[in-house]
Write a protein that binds this ligand. Structure first.
Ligand SMILES: [Cu+2]
Length: 320
C-alpha cells in the first residue's frame, strides 16, 4: 500500500506536466501560466473587493445602516468589459497555440504509426520494415509526426512531459507533432478508459539521438539469431503452442497481429508496456499465467510443463 503511494508520488513528480520536454509542451505551459496569472489577478481583486465590502457595510451598533447605492455606469462597463476582454484575448491565444503545436498533417508522411490495442501499443515505422511494440523509440531534436490509430476501442496517448494528449479512435486517423528536446525515457499512460487493463496500459518512450535511433531501426530490420539448443526447441514450442497465431517474429512462420511483435523482445528493458522489468523470471511468470499479472489481458493461460516454459523463455530472451 505504502509502496504504491510512493510509486505515485514519484510518478507525478517525474512526469509532471510542468516539466516540459518538448517544444510543444513549452508552448502549452506558457499559455497555462498566462491563464494562471490572469486567474490569480481576478481572484485577488475579487477577494479584496469582498473584504472591503464586508467591512464597509458591516452592522453598526448605533443603528446607523448604509443605504444601498447603485453603481455608476462606468463601473458596470469596467466589470463587464475587463472579463470580456480577458476571455477574448485568451480565446485568441489558445487558437494561436493550437494552430502552432497542431498544424494540419494533410499529405504529410508520419514518422511513426502508433496503434492502440487493448492493452498495449504497436509502433510501425513507415519506410522501414520495422514494427515494434510497447517501448516506442523516437528521435530527438526534430519535429516528428505521429499517426495515431486504434485496433479496437478508444485509447488516449498521454505522456505528460510531452504536453499534448490525443485520442486513438477506431476508423479515424489522428495526428500529433512532437519535438522532443532531450534523449531519455519518458513515461505516460493510456488516458481513456479502455477496459479491464486500462490501468495496465502504460506508455514508455525511448527518445534517442538521431544516430542512435537510426542504429536501432537498422538492428530491428534484421532477424535475431538464436544459437543455443534450448532456445531452438523454444522456437518450435512457440509454433506448436500457437503463440505465433497472435505474435509476429520476423524470419519465422509466426506472423500473428493480435499481440505485441516479439521479433526483438529481448532488446526491451521492460515487458507489458513497462509494468514489469524484462528478465527471465518475469517472462516465466507471464507465460505461466498472464491472467495473474494482467487480469483481463487478451492472452490466455497455457498449461505448459516446466521444460516448455524454460525453452520458451530461453528463446524469447535470445531475440535481441
Ligand atoms: Cu487504452
Amino acid at each position: 500500500m505504502f509502496e504504491l503511494f510512493l510509486y505515485h508520488i514519484h510518478f507525478y513528480l517525474l512526469n509532471s506536466i510542468l516539466h516540459s520536454s518538448t517544444t510543444e509542451a513549452e508552448e502549452i505551459n506558457r499559455l497555462h501560466f498566462y491563464f494562471l496569472w490572469a486567474a490569480s489577478f481576478v481572484l485577488l481583486v475579487v477577494t479584496v473587493a469582498t473584504i472591503y465590502v464586508i467591512y464597509k457595510y458591516r452592522h453598526h451598533e448605533n443603528g446607523q445602516e448604509y443605504q444601498p447605492k447603485t453603481l455608476s455606469g462606468k463601473w458596470e462597463i469596467a466589470m463587464i468589459g475587463v472579463p470580456l476582454a480577458m476571455v477574448v484575448v485568451f480565446f485568441f491565444l489558445m487558437l494561436k497555440t493550437m494552430h502552432h503545436i497542431l498544424p494540419s498533417a494533410d499529405g504529410k508522411k508520419p514518422d511513426v504509426v502508433i496503434t492502440g490495442h487493448q492493452y498495449w501499443w504497436e509502433a510501425q515505422y513507415p519506410g522501414t520494415r520495422v514494427t515494434a511494440a510497447n517501448e516506442i523509440h523516437l528521435p530527438v531534436g526534430r519535429t516528428i509526426l505521429l499517426k495515431l490509430l486504434s485496433a479496437d476501442v478508444i485509447h488516449d496517448w498521454w505522456v505528460p512531459q510531452f504536453g499534448n494528449k490525443m485520442d486513438l479512435i477506431s476508423g479515424r486517423q489522428n495526428y500529433l507533432w512532437l519535438n522532443i528536446k532531450e534523449p531519455g525515457i519518458y513515461t505516460g499512460a493510456c488516458s481513456e478508459f479502455c477496459g479491464a487493463q486500462h490501468a495496465g496500459m502504460r506508455i514508455r518512450v525511448v527518445a534517442q539521438q538521431e544516430s542512435e535511433y537510426i542504429k536501432w531501426l537498422q538492428e530491428h530490420q534484421q532477424v535475431a539469431t538464436i544459437s543455443d539448443t534450448l532456445a531452438q526447441s523454444g522456437a518450435q514450442i512457440f509454433q506448436s503452442e500457437t503463440c505465433g497465431n497472435c505474435h509476429n517474429i520476423n524470419g519465422t512462420a509466426s506472423n500473428g497481429k493480435a499481440g505485441p511483435d516479439l521479433s526483438h523482445i529481448a532488446s526491451r528493458q521492460t515487458l507489458l508496456t513497462g509494468i514489469l522489468e524484462n528478465n527471465k523470471e518475469n517472462l516465466t511468470r507471464w507465460i505461466q499465467d498472464p491472467q495473474k499479472i494482467k487480469p483481463g489481458a487478451h492472452m490466455p493461460k497455457f498449461f505448459l510443463d516446466k521444460h516448455s516454459i524454460d525453452a520458451l523463455v530461453a528463446y524469447l530472451s535470445s531475440l535481441k
